[in-house]
Design a protein around this ligand. Structure first.
Ligand code: FE
Length: 338
């Protein structure tokens, strides 16, 4: 009987040893980014390292799921877009710091957390889209000018509360302070052609339809519209602008990744993080979604490069993360969405 229990224990031990041996050859990802974007990269990683990548895709709720699963979560990495969403997993205490020379040298410091809690993978500009019929070249070159009364009734945008706009407003606070940003935001609101609504592409459609002449939008939507038969005509109605390129630089946000607190396959997860910031993966990633590689050694795709060069704002995204709440308050205060 004793012997029986001993062998049972031995068998259990063996099971757990062998399952952790299998586990060491894999890495588990929770991804808000779509399969077409990340799957080719994970395949490349598996081919190079033999480490299998298991992915759970979702549009929302992954942070809540991580929280619920706690220490037992199988997830090693979270992939998401926008500094706001990366900051959310930090604030929920779901991620841990990574200290990697490879990551630190592949990613410029403004696009990673100073403590290593999140890392950028691709960058995207918050651009101005301008009607190529009704806005002359050089007629608007800065975000500040969106508040100029010459644009009265001529601007379209999605909600001021959307993470993309919150980060832009947070960057305005960082550069100008709250009081000046409030005045600016009031000015932009006074210039709106309609109540904030829809997504970034819907604003370009509105320019095409003559509802407005300027809109705010992330750069990759231009590529996505050009790829879509129905939306090509929207894209062809606008020029993409990179505001403030002549001074402090265009506001840039990221898609990124973070290592979970529970990470059962930590070493493999860090290997994957490093792989994704290297040249092969960066080239693939940026080409798939019309974004910019975060690694400055890698060039953007030909189409994206054809939209023009720009200077990026050097403000660390960690600072912007810290100002998002103040930005949201200003949006409410000036009743931007009403
Ligand atoms: Fe987007």
């Amino acid at each position: 009987m004793r012997f029986g229990i001993k062998s049972l224990l031995a068998a259990m031990l063996f099971t757990s040893v062998s399952s952790s041996a299998i586990a060491s050859e894999e890495v588990n990802v929770y991804s808000y980014r779509q399969p077409f974007l990340v799957e080719p990269l994970f395949q490349g990683f598996t081919e190079e390292t033999g480490i299998k990548v298991n992915v759970v895709f979702a549009k929302k709720g992954l942070a809540e799921r991580l929280k619920r699963e706690g220490a037992n979560s199988p997830a090693d990495l979270v992939f998401t877009v926008d500094i706001g969403r990366l900051n959310e997993v930090v604030e929920m205490d779901l991620v841990q710091a990574v200290n990697s020379d490879t990551l630190n040298s592949n990613i410029p410091s403004q696009y990673r957390d100073p403590e290593g809690l999140w890392f950028g993978l691709t960058t995207r500009t918050r651009s101005i889209y301008a009607s190529n019929e009704r806005v002359k070249d050089g007629e608007i070159t800065t975000y500040e000018e969106l508040a100029d009364e010459k644009w009265k009734g001529r601007i379209c945008t999605r909600s001021g509360k959307h993470p993309y706009n919150l980060a832009l407003i947070a960057s305005m606070i960082a550069h100008h302070g709250e009081a000046e940003t409030e005045t600016w935001l009031k000015g932009v609101k006074a210039n709106l052609a309609r109540k904030p609504q829809g997504n970034d592409r819907a604003q370009v459609k509105a320019i095409y339809e003559g509802v407005c002449d300027l809109s705010l939008g992330n750069n990759y939507y231009l590529g996505k519209m050009l790829q879509d038969e129905e939306q090509t005509k929207w894209a062809n109605a606008v020029n993409i602008l990179f505001p403030n390129s002549a001074d402090r630089g265009t506001h840039v946000n990221i898609s990124g990744m973070a290592l979970t607190t529970s990470a059962p396959n930590k070493a493999n997860a860090i290997k994957l993080m490093e792989y994704l910031t290297g040249e092969t993966a960066q080239t693939m990633y940026a080409e798939q979604n019309f974004e910019y590689p975060v690694n400055p050694a890698v060039q953007p795709s030909e189409l994206v490069a054809s939209w023009g060069e720009f200077k990026a704002d050097q403000l660390p995204l960690a600072d912007i993360a810290g100002l998002r709440k103040a930005a949201a308050k200003l949006v409410d205060k000036v009743a931007f969405d009403q």
